[in-house]
Design a protein around this ligand. Structure first.
Ligand SMILES: [Fe+2]
Length: 378
């Protein structure tokens, strides 16, 4: 073989290898999209009115993250997925948001197709195809070619880079373990090999966490920090929860905040370093967009009768009216900070927390802990 041919072959192999990496890496960058206000929300029943989109539109977000249960499909039938996505598309407020604001989405159980679903759901492929259709995923995207909807988008210029890491907590997840005394209660699955993300997604996540970013928004459909309630959460797979904390420690990935949904309530929680976190890990749960536990009585929403336990909650009670989240970044000045807000149906702030970015580092600056000005009832 002559030298020219060898060089050409080598070049072709390198191109093929590079595109294979790109295909498996599920990454996109939009440096022109600078983020100062990121909106997010979950749990939107397509068969009920969704007036909250008006307040979300009024917040003029730079981008919006849909955290799952974006529709209640509960089917394996592509036609049913399509019909229910069409109802969401027809919501006037959502349609307006879609026209004006970049949307990034993952799914949870109901838009995956089955309540509390995990790996092995026969409708998973149909669900993924319909998800990709609805969110207008390009025809050549790896999201269409390989299982799972996980992806990462990197927004803004290098000095103000925001990574949005959208996890898939459904497609690869091992079976849940139920309490034998009460099958409604999910308990920890400690089987060796039990997984939340699956090995491929874990390897992908590690690559993402090794990339430079000032802020990393980890979008997980289910709660990461909470440990006590009997519904779905990362601590149903204790080794997987510990693995993520360890991964943050190993990669020294700074600036991470978890956003989650699913629970039909809103709460701000923080896992402190003394409980295994490399730095304070905040978990902002916002749910649902029109699917609250309580009906729309502000008094009830602020004072739910039986608040579920969560030792890491930063305020007394969860908020149980319709809600959405905002992450506002203050880039200017010597020490950038994040303000996390949970907003009610009319857009008013019901929970908030200010977090200096310097706090979200394996070596937190002493005396720089976030101020909790707290909810109105404190
Ligand atoms: Fe859910």
């Amino acid at each position: 073989m002559n030298t020219k041919l060898m060089v050409a072959l080598l070049a072709a192999l390198l191109v093929a290898a590079a595109s294979a990496v790109a295909a498996s890496d599920r990454v996109a960058a939009q440096p022109e999209l600078a983020i100062t206000t990121l909106g997010f929300g979950s749990c939107a029943r397509q068969d009920r009115p969704q007036p909250i989109w008006d307040s979300i539109n009024a917040a003029r977000c730079d981008a919006f993250v849909l955290l799952g249960d974006n529709i209640y499909a509960d089917t394996a039938d592509p036609a049913v997925f399509r019909a229910k996505y069409a109802l969401l598309a027809g919501m006037p407020g959502f349609a307006r948001l879609r026209q004006t604001t970049p949307l990034f989405a993952t799914w949870d159980d109901h838009d995956y197709g089955v309540n509390d679903g995990g790996a092995g759901f026969p409708g998973a492929q149909a669900a993924q195809e319909e998800f990709c259709e609805f969110f207008q995923v390009p025809a050549d995207s790896p999201l269409r070619a390989t299982p799972g909807v996980y992806r990462c988008v990197t927004l803004g210029p290098a000095s103000r880079r925001v990574q949005i890491i959208l996890l898939d907590t459904r497609m690869f997840r091992s079976p849940l373990r139920k309490d034998p005394a009460n099958p409604k209660v999910i308990i920890g699955n400690t089987d060796p090999g039990a997984t939340m993300l699956g090995e491929e997604q874990w390897a992908w996540l590690e690559r993402r966490l090794r990339e430079p970013a000032a802020i990393r928004v980890l979008a997980s459909s289910i709660q990461f920090v909470a440990t006590e309630h009997g519904s779905e959460k990362w601590s149903n797979f204790p080794a997987e929860r510990a693995r993520l904390l360890d991964l943050l420690r190993r990669t020294q990935a700074k600036g991470l905040v978890v956003i989650s949904g699913d629970r039909h309530l809103a709460e701000l929680a923080m896992l402190p370093p003394e409980d295994g976190a490399p730095y304070p890990i905040y978990d902002v749960t916002t749910s649902g967009l029109n699917q609250p536990v309580e009906k729309e009585s502000e008094h009830k929403a602020l004072n739910p009768p039986k608040p579920q336990p969560n030792r890491y909650r930063l305020h007394e009670r969860p908020y149980t009216g319709s809600n959405f989240g905002l992450l506002r970044v203050r880039w200017d000045g010597p020490s950038p900070s994040i303000r996390i807000e949970v907003c009610g149906l009319d857009g008013s702030v019901v929970l908030f927390r200010d977090i200096p970015l310097a706090e979200l580092s394996p070596e937190p600056v002493p005396g720089r802990r976030g101020r909790n000005a707290g909810p109105p009832w404190r």
